[in-house]
Design a protein around this ligand. Structure first.
Ligand code: FNR
Length: 373
């Protein structure tokens, strides 16, 4: 259908299912095992209800915010997703350019199809980019990546900590991966097991021995960039990350692609916020945090984002909807997806009685059903 007929982020998924290559669709859409966590990521948002406020002068609504101190037009960033060229021949630079159009931050994936430099070169002057890091067993390769990212102006490093081994995504495994030039570029290897699906084929370099004692060295190499752990799944680890001096955590289960029955990030958010607040790692007011909490997984509407922000998240990452938009309509599709979110923000903040992001506070959501059976 023409792009004008796309009304929500869900619509991109429906078009992607019908039009993407099988291999691309199976890689993007798959979750681990029975995909219970993948579905729960989104479903958890259905158990949070708003407590809207009235008569608050919502003539002008401003949904801009700061993420790790960098301006963003809304509390949303494009999270890292590997292998963009499985969806679109131009790959991740479509995301970079659409992010620029909307003043949104893009997280560059270690395993992108485009090279790191292509994505940095595609950015507009002043555009903020973060980078997602998979830590290599060969630590000298990782250090090189970190230093190069810093040299090229990347502002924050998101170290993925939920993937010591890639989850079992059976849909993906059913499509045999015929190694592509792009995957080889991402890993510098060409000896993939070609019968394992795209995910396994490209991920064998990830170091499963990575542990808390390695963090200091990575943070040292990353000095000057913010360091965030991506894939934290309980409050104890969020506290430990804060104690270790990280700048934040992403509550994430990798879009349900790793441990099935990992909890939805939304469900653990309140416990993480209260554990950090009680230990003095976050100021009481979410707009002035010392330590920032992000969530990703299953976010499809601005109302989802508003719920997470109300509970204390700085911003949320969006994965699949962005690459479905890219796969179906290229840069224009991604741009449209971001515009849809902006339109949703404007309307829903009015209806919620919150003219700015600082007005989106915990008392605006009713969490009593969040942990209901
Ligand atoms: C991912 N994700 C991911 N995360 C990461 O740290 N490194 C990576 O290379 C990838 N690759 C990747 C590929 C694909 C196809 C998907 C769908 C996801 C996880 C991603 O950053 C994020 O956690 C989820 O995508 C968020 O869930 P939604 O928005 O896709 O539901």
């Amino acid at each position: 259908p023409p792009l004008e007929e796309i009304l929500s982020l869900h619509d991109f998924e429906a078009v992607a299912r019908r039009t993407m290559s099988r291999r691309g669709w199976n890689y993007y859409s798959s979750g681990a095992d029975d995909e219970i966590t993948m579905r729960e990521n989104h479903n958890a948002y259905h158990r949070l209800w708003f407590r809207p406020r009235i008569l608050r002068n919502v003539g002008v609504v401003d949904f801009s915010t700061e993420i790790l101190g960098y301006k963003s037009s809304m509390p949303v960033y494009i999270t890292a997703t590997a292998l963009g060229k499985l969806g679109h021949p131009e790959g991740e630079v479509c995301l970079t350019r659409a992010a620029a159009e909307h003043n949104i931050i893009q997280m560059i994936p270690t395993l992108a199809s485009c090279s790191f430099d292509e994505m940095v070169d595609a950015a507009s002057p002043g555009q903020i980019q973060f980078m997602q890091l998979y830590v290599n067993s060969d630590r000298s390769r990782t250090n090189k990546i970190i230093l190069h990212a810093k040299e090229r102006g990347v502002k924050a490093l998101f170290i993925t900590v939920d993937a010591p081994q890639l989850g079992r995504r059976e849909k993906d495994m059913r499509t045999k991966f015929e190694g592509t030039a792009s995957a080889q570029q991402a890993t510098g290897k060409d000896n993939f097991r070609r019968d394992q699906g795209a995910a396994r084929a490209i991920s064998s370099f990830i170091d499963p021995s990575l542990n808390w004692t390695d963090l200091g060295e990575l943070m040292e190499a990353a000095k000057g960039m913010k360091v965030i752990l991506k894939g934290v799944q309980c409050w104890e680890d969020a506290v430990r990350a804060a104690e270790a001096g990280c700048d934040g955590v992403v509550l994430s289960n990798h879009g349900g692609r790793q441990l099935d029955f990992a909890p939805s990030p939304l469900a653990i958010l309140p416990s993480v916020v209260s554990a950090l607040q009680s230990r003095g790692f976050m100021s009481r007011h979410p707009s002035q945090p010392k330590f920032e909490i992000f969530v990703d997984g299953g976010v499809r509407r601005a109302t989802d984002v508003l719920k997470a922000v109300a509970l204390g998240a700085t911003a949320v990452g969006i994965g699949r909807p962005m690459i479905y938009a890219m796969s179906t309509y290229g840069q224009e599709g991604v741009s449209k997806a971001l515009q849809i979110l902006k339109d949703e923000f404007e309307m829903n903040m009015r209806l919620l009685g919150a003219p700015t992001m600082a007005d989106v506070v915990p008392s605006m959501v009713d969490t009593s059903a969040l942990h209901a059976p």
